[in-house]
Design a binder for this molecule. Structure first.
Ligand SMILES: NC(=O)c1ccc[n+]([C@@H]2O[C@H](COP(=O)([O-])OP(=O)(O)OC[C@H]3O[C@@H](n4cnc5c(N)ncnc54)[C@H](O)[C@@H]3O)[C@@H](O)[C@H]2O)c1
Length: 340
């Protein structure tokens, strides 16, 4: 009989809006031994200590001193602090799941990757949508997508305002499309506008890849509706992923369909009930909470020493694209006099 792996002693650093989601899931996972949290805000710290019966330390120094058995940590502090917190953890030999985006700058990302390599630690960026069951399912069945349309719209909330909408929201789609397109970026066009936060709150981007594939991204955190969709076209097939519903619609062209024959055979009545020659399919997708799947995957990598499903290098690639977009938005603002 196989011996079950020991639960991984883990802590969450930053118990804000998203850190508390990590705490909730880790508390439930048998693969994790949630032993501590770090949170400087006393009210949040008290609430977490009460909910999960764990010590909550005001500083990372205090947590590291109190828990020499700590093996892994989730870093869920504001993005501008990812590097300083993760660097301290990695230097102490602690495996890290760092919330997205991996860091605020490429120099910071490089520093974190070098520390992870030096100390033999796993460094996984928190690209949660990679664990969306719809993304996992369609990733198994890619047929050379050539055109992507990504929409991520949300209603304004006063959170993650240390970064703009590209690093806050669009980064999810950048990471998924980089994975799906599997080709280097050749050209970028971008426009972004600050609306409420003083940083860019709405952005539209066109990326062309070396393969010729083109991707359009729209992200807004000042919308009146919530939309999280990725649509793409492959030869003979259209796929629409709804991240929120965690499902996909696949419309394939019947390879035997001939437009001229259909038109001459039945003219208009052939088209009354929708387009002939198209097969609609809703693939069966196993349900699952992306955050739970992400944490299970991270804990598996820690327990087995295997490469994480999303690597630090992929997190760096998404960040590099996001920073390139920011540069293009700044150039566009300057050219057009749209400076904030
Ligand atoms: N994967 C996702 O879908 C997703 C969604 C939301 C947020 N995030 C990411 O999670 C991170 C946190 O976002 P949030 O919305 O929870 O922010 P938040 O401001 O609600 O929470 C951050 C918390 O970190 C604490 N903190 C600050 N500095 C700290 C330090 N040095 N040590 C310990 N705690 C510290 C703050 O007191 C606060 O409670 C960001 O990187 C954000 O991009 C990811």
């Amino acid at each position: 009989m196989q011996t079950p792996a020991q639960p991984v002693p883990i802590a969450v650093v930053g118990a804000g809006a998203f850190g508390r989601n990590h705490l909730r899931v880790l508390h439930e996972l048998p693969q994790a031994a949630l032993i501590a949290a770090v949170e400087p805000d006393p009210a949040r710290a008290d609430e977490v200590a009460r909910l999960y019966s764990i010590p909550v330390h005001p500083t990372l120094d205090a947590a590291l001193a109190a828990h020499p058995s700590l093996q892994a940590a989730v870093v869920a502090v504001p993005t501008v602090h990812h590097c300083e917190v993760a660097s301290q953890l990695l230097s102490a030999g602690i495996h890290c799941l760092v919330e997205k985006p991996l860091a605020a700058t490429l120099a910071q990302a490089d520093q974190m990757i070098a520390l992870a390599d030096r100390h033999g630690c796993i460094l996984q960026p928190g690209h949660l949508e990679r664990f969306n069951p719809a993304v996992l399912a369609m990733q198994q069945d890619l047929r050379g997508p050539m055109f992507f349309e990504a929409h991520r719209l949300s209603i304004f909330t006063p959170r993650s305002l240390d970064v703009d909408v590209v690093l806050d929201l669009m980064i999810h789609d950048l990471d998924v499309v980089l994975r799906f397109a599997a080709s280097p970026v050749r050209e970028l066009r971008a426009v972004g506008l600050p609306i409420l936060s003083g940083k860019v709150d709405i952005a539209n981007v066109r990326v062309e890849f070396d393969s010729g594939c083109v991707a359009n991204f729209t992200a807004s955190r000042v919308s009146t509706e919530r939309v999280r969709k990725l649509r793409y076209f492959e030869p003979g097939r259209y796929v629409s992923i709804d991240y929120a519903r965690r499902d996909a619609l696949v419309i394939a062209v019947d390879p035997h369909f001939q437009l001229e024959a259909a038109m001459s055979a039945g003219a208009a009545e052939n088209f009354v009930n929708g387009l002939p020659g198209l097969n609609f399919d809703k693939p069966t997708i196993a349900p699952g909470e992306p955050l739970r799947l992400e944490l299970e995957s991270f804990l598996h990598a820690v327990a087995t020493g295997s490469q994480p499903a999303v690597t630090a290098r992929q997190g760096r690639n998404a960040l590099e694209l996001a920073l390139g977009i920011q540069q293009q938005m700044a150039d566009h603002a300057q050219r057009t006099g749209l400076q904030p």
